[in-house]
Write a new protein. Structure first.
Length: 102
């Protein structure tokens, strides 16, 4: 729901902004908006494209947050804790390693 709200908010910002849709130059290059840049620029000067890119970022963060909470939930059951921690570790590694292109 947060992801959809961010996407709709970005679209509304684009449509209702001072220049309207004219300031969006397709195609939008997602590499121009890394997450670190989004987190630093969003509070001070949110742009419509930055808000729209936060939507998929929120959607991708959902499994990470769920597994982190599951690690705390299964703290007393060692078998489930081990499996959950392994899945969380795999998710984090896949997030920080560059993708392999074939």
């Amino acid at each position: 729901m947060i992801s959809v709200a961010l996407l709709i908010g970005g679209v509304l910002m684009t449509l209702l902004g001072p220049t309207g849709v004219a300031d969006v130059h397709p195609p939008v290059n997602s590499s121009a908006y890394p997450l670190s840049r989004l987190f630093h620029t969003l509070p001070s000067a949110p742009s419509a494209v930055a808000v729209m890119f936060m939507g998929p970022a929120a959607l991708l963060a959902t499994p990470l947050i769920r597994k982190a909470l599951a690690v705390l939930e299964f703290a007393k059951d060692w078998i489930y804790l081990g499996h959950t921690f392994l899945v969380l570790l795999i998710l984090l590694i896949s997030l920080f390693l560059p993708s392999i292109r074939g």
